[in-house]
Write a protein that binds this ligand. Sequence first.
Ligand code: F6P
Length: 480
Amino acid sequence: MSADLVIVANRLPVDRVTGPDGQVGWRRSPGGLVSAIEPVMRAGSGVWIGWPGGASDEAPALSTEPFEVDGMRLAPVGLTRAEITEFYEGFSNGTLWPIYHDLVAKPEFHREWWDSYVAVNNRFAERAAELAAEGATVWVHDYQLQLVPQLLRALRPDLRIGFYLHIPFPPPELFQQLPWRRQLLEGLLGADLVGFQLPGGAANFVRLVRQRVGHKTHRDLVYLPDGRTVRAEPFPISIDAAGFEALATDAGVVARSLEIRRALGEPRRIFLGIDRLDYTKGIYARLRAFAELVEEGHIDVEDAVFVQVAVPSREQVEQYRLLRDDIDRLVGRINGDLGRIGRPAISYLHASYPREEMAALYRAADVMVVTPYRDGMNLVAKEYVACRVGEDGALVLSEFAGAADELRQAWLVNPYDINGMKAALLEAYNADGKELGRRMRAMRRTIRQHDVKAWADSFLSVLGEVSNPHDKSVRPARRS
Ligand code: F6P
């Protein structure tokens, strides 16, 4: 089998789950990357290479042959238990993740984690080299696979290689802490095009390449000694806006949103947070801000409730376990202190839901609260806007989410400033229909014009324009 478009991402869009009877099934993987790439894959006929979750050294063993789920061709790459610890939980999420997110947590540096990162990146590169057709386009995704472009180019110089980083790319002051900074930059330079969420990320990358690798650069271009040129450009990611809008008007979803409001006791206002349970998301501070508003009498629990959905994530990583305990304790304390019978201040759900249930929640919520300390984009904010077909509802959004660059009409907040967040929550809570409509209409226009299809098309078309000498079989015509 060979494909003209190969997507390479750490995770497949589905996780393998084994039922009690030993039967293997598939469940959608969490996170923004999957939400963004899935529609691109459905529209084309590529193959998606990724980890299907779970350890490959545990029974039942998984065949590495490509297979089809929901009309998508998927090619699994297995990880051993040790690689899950060292490559995924370790180097990807214990070293890179905090450095790329403003050091919200303390990164750890371990040489054996790096060795595992190199080994797994090699495996992904080899798999892509096997599955890509002659002259194919390979699109590599995210921080777990930053060495793949260079490794793959060495194996298959005929390919057109793009790389997209879904998370922020840090300023040089932070990136420089990495003992393997040069190798990571050189890994990315194997691509023809390196895409970032925001212009700042692209500029950080080009500056680092100049300073640390010593290549010549000009604006968004890097000139390599072998004659290749690498482009570094921003491509803010988006969502399937029309798909979410259609979902939000589906009769079943509308009925479910009314049922949610009833189940919550028909409060006048519902606040909503939906996040992977991650320390970058600012869940703790946001719940405290809401609780203080209740405590001070600005909000009454008879009148409003905060629904917080925390999607389980990276549960074996120490910092994520500690966060879960902290949030559990905080929610318990807030509800114990401020709730009344049948009226908790916070309705807390530690679970992952299908798109239909998310759309029903978005429809039910009056104030969506998205307050990460640092976030590449945050697609939840965009999904909320897409689902507000009545052009109402308020979005309270962190200045430090990539989405804030586009959704300027949200109530923008600094998530480190609890009083500022309280003021914004209260304003959003009390805003009248005219104000809400004005803001939401503008945000909906933005989301419609720039959906995930536009994002993928623009990345792939810029990648298609890069004029590096890809195909070794095409030699310049000889002069007679
Ligand atoms: O969007 C950022 C991201 O880290 C993706 O790369 C990833 O697929 C998603 O969040 C969820 O994280 P994980 O794969 O570690 O569960």
